[in-house]
Design a protein around this ligand. Structure first.
Ligand code: COA
Length: 231
């Protein structure tokens, strides 16, 4: 079964916590984080990285200094030398989301804000766009973000980035659940969690053993977990 987490950041993350995470994530990541112009962007990436390192160290009884991260050719990160461990991260606004499992999976969180629906016409499949515009007007924005995050979670689970065209598969969410139509013969399953009314939070995985709830924590709690595990 997958584990799914959401970390709520109230920016600014206190300096002692921020600096502690910076030391923990390693030089390469530290350099990348220092290049962000906005503190919030730096914090989201930093917290996600510190979180996944903590999870892997605890789960596999490894030292932080022994962890090596790599990316596949489309940029999807993975932990070297732990073949049955898969994770995916997403960040938006005040949330950092992370899902882990023994099979590939993808996660996407997005803040709901007004959009121009021509984006949907451009990027969604024909069926998805038709489903969207058939909804009552007051439901369209929510449904747009349902589809957007579900599509993104699928692309992230497959790990092929946007080389997998967004219009090459169709997702539908209705009373019976969430389904996908695609050329791909593997089975993929979806779940959404109502963690925050201002956001959509979607997960896609190769198995349907999703947890009932998302585990919520804060950066300060994460720092506490690191301390209690001697990290
Ligand atoms: C980069 C991409 C993976 C997601 O981008 P995003 O939604 O802006 O970013 P998220 O916060 O959800 O995810 C970022 C994290 O995904 C992970 N990631 C990066 N490339 C990935 C890939 N190819 N596959 C899966 N995960 C990936 C990384 O951990 C990254 O976090 P980090 O940079 O802090 O390490 C990619 O799918 C993309 O560029 N999408 C474009 C968005 C779009 O047009 N969506 C339309 C949906 S209809």
């Amino acid at each position: 079964m997958s584990d799914i987490y959401a970390i709520e950041i109230h920016s600014p993350v206190p300096d002692p916590v921020f600096n502690r995470f910076m030391k923990f994530v390693g030089e390469k990541k530290e350099e990348r984080i220092l290049k962000f112009r906005r503190r919030e962007d730096a914090e989201r990436t930093l917290v996600g990285d510190a979180f996944i390192r903590t999870i892997v160290c605890n789960q596999f009884h490894l030292k932080n200094s022994d962890l090596e991260f790599e990316c596949n050719e489309y940029g999807k990160p993975f932990v070297m030398n732990i073949p049955d461990f898969h994770y995916n991260l997403s960040h938006s606004g005040k949330w950092v989301a992370c899902a882990i499992d023994y099979e590939p999976l993808g996660i996407d969180v997005e803040g709901i804000r007004p959009i121009d629906f021509s984006i949907a016409e451009r990027f969604f499949s024909k069926t998805e766009y038709e489903d969207l515009i058939a909804k009552p007007e007051q439901e369209q924005l929510e449904y747009f973000y349902d589809l957007w995050t579900l599509k993104e979670s699928y692309i992230k689970a497959r790990g092929k980035g946007l080389s997998l065209p967004l219009s090459s598969f169709s997702i539908r969410k209705d009373r019976t659940g969430i389904t996908i139509e695609s050329e791909n013969e593997e089975s993929w399953y979806f779940v959404q969690y109502p963690i925050d009314p201002g956001y959509k939070f979607s997960v896609c995985a190769g198995n349907f053993h999703f947890p009932v709830e998302v585990e919520l924590l804060t950066p300060e709690e994460l720092a506490g977990i690191m301390t209690s595990n001697g990290l």
